[in-house]
Every structure is written in structure tokens, then in C-alpha cells.
Ligand binder design. Structure first.
Ligand SMILES: [Zn+2]
Ligand SMILES: [Zn+2]
Length: 370
């Protein structure tokens, strides 16, 4: 049996590059050779022990690769050598939740999230993909790996914040936190036709990026009273839709305070501990506000749609990929990302060192083709 390199979760604050058995795909499964992957804020929660995952698991849930082997039953649909991405969420398409339309909750709460959570993930040379027919999404020839690297999770999740918020043409929207997911939520608000889009963060560079991704007003939460300012910008009412993209009590609470009566708080953040909704922000529970939560939509049709937006130049996410590392240098990449050093937004990881682009100096460019 062959072996492969993989990054294994060893317990709180410990990851290690190890040689592990190369997986063999079973019925309905595929094996893909990973050509690029990335680190998510959720991986940092896992490594810090804030979200429980069993030690020994290979982490990572954002795969870009090439089909290396197909299990029985897939020959008619796919070919070895085909370039594919797989969503971070891999629904089975057949269970109670999938057939009720909530694919991300496949099999039960958060159950659609399998890679790097309940089964081995993408920080490896090879990845076994369950329910491959529902999940392998061919990459259009025109796109490079890096163009689609953020589709499996970040773009899908950020955009879903705008979709779940049911943003209508002309809506006012505030997006709390402008990290990679918040920026994609801002982009989503623009795609959904919002008029006023307010990006909130504390890092000036991220606020600058927020304007590129579609915000027409940005607020630095360290220098202004965000709630008062947003009320002023919306005739005292608050926004139609507030999107929370950080997962902290203070951002949740601010988002709620600026959600107008009858408006929607669309929550994407990963919270830990207790989350409190003050009665006044909730209009004593009588404000006709909606609070919706969303886990990243996955499956191959979602991935196809996201890649179609990139092929047709409606969006360009490559400015978000700020750093590039070989998978062998995972510790260095993880340290940089988890400390938000050097203006990092997303790091690309390449199992094959030769794929790491040399001398990358990517200037931020416009994001949405006009
Ligand atoms: Zn993620
Ligand atoms: Zn299912």
C-alpha cells in the first residue's frame, strides 16, 4: 500500500506533517490528488481546541485537485485526470436532511461538514471524497487552481450570508467583520443588488479591501460608534439586513442593534460559549426581526454556479489569496494565518513544492467586472 504526506491534528495547539497510508476509494467514492488547498479560520478554532475534533484526523476542508482514482460506480460520470473542486460541505443527497433541502445539515447538525471534521481532510497529497457523484465539480478549463481555491468554502459561505438574508434590490446592508468571509458577504450584498453597503472592521487594510469588494461606506469599529453611525446612515431605522461574519458576542450584538424592526440578521460566525441577545436590541422579542444562521452550502451544483461567476468575470477572488506556501511549510503558513500577520487574508498551500508560484506580488485589483 502506498503512503502520502498529510497534516495531522495531534491535539490542542499541535499539528504535524506525517507520512500516512494513501486512501483507497470505495463504492461511490473518488480519490483526488490535491493540487491546492488553504487554511480556514475554522481550522484555527480546531487547532486551538475551541471546536472539538478527534486527534489523529487530517485537517483541511477546501480541496482543489485532479481525480486520481474512481471507486466502483463512477466510471460513466468522471474520468481519471479530470480537474475538480469539492465543496467543504459534502452532502449525500439522500438522507432526511438532504431531501428536506438542508444539505449542509446532511445526516444531522453540521453533518454535511465532513472533511477535517469527521473524516480525513484536504491538507494532504490525496483526499478520499464521499458521495462523489454529488460532490465532484469539474473545473472549467479557463480557470487556474488559484481562481477557484475559495469556492469550496469562503465564497460559498460569504455569499450565503447575503442569500440567507434575502437581500432585495435597494436594501441597506451592514457586514460585521471584513475577513475573507465578510468580504465575500460584502460582495454577495453587491451581487444581490443592495444599495447602501456598510463594511465594518478594525483593520484599515481590510476596510480598503471592503470598498473594492462593494462597500460604499466603511467603518472602523475602533474609531467610531458603529451602532450610532449606522442608525444615522439609515434615517434612524437601522439596516434592512445585517450580516455577522466573525462569531463574537460584541459583533452579534451590534449586528442585532442595527437590524431594523422587520429586518434580518444573517449570521455566519462560528460562536463558542454563550450568545446573548439583549432585550432592547430585540425590541423585547417583538420586533419582527428574523435571525437566520447558515453553514456553507456545498455539493457540485453549488460549486458549478460559483465557478460560473468566475468564468463570466462577475467576480475575481484572487486578491484574497495573499500568501503561498508548500504544504511542507504548513507550520509557517499556520502561524502566519492564525496571527493575521503580514496583512494575510488567505494562504494557498501546495502539496507539490514546484507548484508554489515564484515571486508572487499580486496587487489588489477590482473584484467585480462592470
Ligand atoms: Zn472553512
Ligand atoms: Zn444527506
Amino acid at each position: 500500500m502506498g503512503t502520502m504526506k498529510a497534516v495531522v491534528f495531534k491535539g490542542k495547539d499541535q499539528i504535524a506533517l506525517e507520512e500516512v497510508p494513501k486512501p483507497i476509494p470505495g463504492v461511490g467514492e473518488a480519490l483526488i490528488r490535491i493540487t491546492a488547498t488553504t487554511i480556514c479560520g475554522t481550522d484555527v478554532h480546531i487547532v486551538r481546541g475551541e471546536y472539538p475534533v478527534k486527534p489523529g484526523l487530517i485537517l483541511g476542508h477546501e480541496p482543489v485537485g485532479v481525480i486520481d482514482a474512481l471507486g466502483p460506480g463512477l466510471e460513466a460520470d468522471y474520468t481519471v485526470g479530470q480537474r475538480v473542486i469539492v465543496g467543504a460541505i459534502t452532502p449525500c443527497g439522500q438522507c432526511f436532511y438532504c431531501l428536506n433541502g438542508v444539505h449542509s445539515q446532511c445526516g444531522g447538525g453540521l453533518g454535511g461538514w465532513k472533511f477535517g471534521n469527521t473524516i480525513n481532510g484536504a491538507w494532504a497529497e490525496y483526499l478520499r471524497v464521499p458521495d462523489a457523484r454529488a460532490n465532484l465539480a469539474p473545473i472549467p478549463d479557463a480557470l487556474r487552481d488559484e481562481d477557484v481555491l475559495l469556492c469550496p468554502d469562503i465564497f460559498s459561505t460569504g455569499l450565503s450570508g447575503a442569500e440567507s438574508g434575502n437581500i432585495r434590490v435597494g436594501d441597506s446592508v451592514a457586514v460585521f467583520a471584513q475577513g475573507p468571509i465578510g468580504l465575500c458577504a460584502t460582495l454577495g450584498a453587491r451581487l444581490k443588488g443592495a444599495s447602501l453597503i456598510i463594511g465594518v472592521d478594525t483593520i484599515p487594510k481590510r476596510l480598503e479591501m471592503s470598498r473594492q469588494f462593494g462597500a460604499n461606506v466603511t467603518l472602523n469599529a475602533n474609531t467610531v460608534d458603529v451602532v450610532d453611525t449606522i442608525k444615522e446612515l439609515t434615517d434612524g431605522r437601522g439596516v434592512d439586513v445585517a450580516i455577522e461574519a466573525l462569531g463574537r458576542q460584541e459583533t452579534f450584538e451590534r449586528a442585532l442593534r442595527v437590524t431594523r424592526p422587520g429586518g434580518t440578521l444573517s449570521s455566519l460566525g462560528v460562536y463558542s460559549g454563550k450568545l446573548v441577545a439583549p432585550y432592547d436590541a430585540l425590541y423585547a422579542g417583538l420586533g419582527d426581526q428574523r435571525i437566520v444562521t447558515t453553514l456553507c452550502p456545498g455539493g457540485k451544483e453549488r460549486m458549478r454556479r460559483l465557478m460560473a461567476m468566475i468564468v463570466c468575470r462577475r467576480v475575481n477572488l484572487s486578491p484574497l489569496v495573499t500568501h503561498h506556501f508548500a504544504l511542507d511549510d504548513i507550520q509557517q503558513a499556520y502561524d502566519l494565518f492564525s496571527h493575521q500577520a503580514d496583512g494575510v487574508l488567505k494562504v494557498a498551500l501546495y502539496p507539490n513544492r514546484a507548484d508554489v508560484p515564484a515571486n508572487v506580488t499580486r496587487k489588489p485589483e477590482f473584484v467585480e467586472a462592470r
